[in-house]
Write a protein that binds this ligand. Sequence first.
Ligand SMILES: [Zn+2]
Length: 301
Amino acid sequence: MTTSTDLDPPRPLELSPALSCFPTRTPTLLPATHTNSYALGSRDVLLVEPATPYEDERREWLAWARGLQSQGRNLVGIFLTHHHVDHTGGADFFAAELGLPKWAHPITASLLQPGASRGTATASIDRELLDGETIILDGPEAESWAVLHTPGHAPGHLCLFNGSTGDLVCGDMVASIGTIIIEPVDGDMMLYIEQLQRLLDLNASRALPAHGAAINDPSRFFAHYIAHRLKRELKVLDALHAVGDSGGVAKDLVPHAYDDTPEALWHLAELSVQTHLIKLEQDGRATRDGERYFRLPGGSP
Ligand SMILES: [Zn+2]
């Protein structure tokens, strides 16, 4: 976890002639304060992460998008990596203003229905994208982006990978500022670690996260994330052994498993412990009675 903040990021940030980044202020998890939107493509342009719900920021975002149009570029759609409110807060608004369709995974589409998910935005999705599809953006040289379904942080999470440039739009799979929460309602720790490994195996040259700066050594970054999660898993298992035969609920295990984390963050840590416990049960290293988890003999740390 980094402790610096991103209070005033430069924008737009031209990462390459066919890739622009535009961070906007969002209701996100501190120390991050912004979500990066990206414009992919040199002529056809796909806008990624219609994030901001704030009026002043929406005006700036629209001016950026219209600026691309005024360069003769052709906006083709708005892409949502997943349903969380700090990624979707402007989706319907921007789509209506620009007359663009919204693209997302079918699970994200269902979670954005009114009343489907607590504390999130609502939006209607026009084009549902599945793992293995390819998005072709036309231009002087056509650019193709592979659609990857990467559940774990959110069940409908999508990434986009350009095999020619090595650029990977990675949403909330990792962040270069702050931390990624894997919590029991939307998250699945086993899937998350599997999908991080899948992203690592792409050997991308650059990862473009939703929070923080572009990551220039993504495979090492993903490996670090996987190692960090597995190390934490061992601490949760160790905590489970420390409470002995009486077992414990997630909250009981936090002081041991997160003894390196400020107590002010333990309410978030409890959510992560919960998803680690679910994974340990899936792995056959812990068992459960209601909310209470117990060590298993073969599950020693
Ligand atoms: Zn998220």
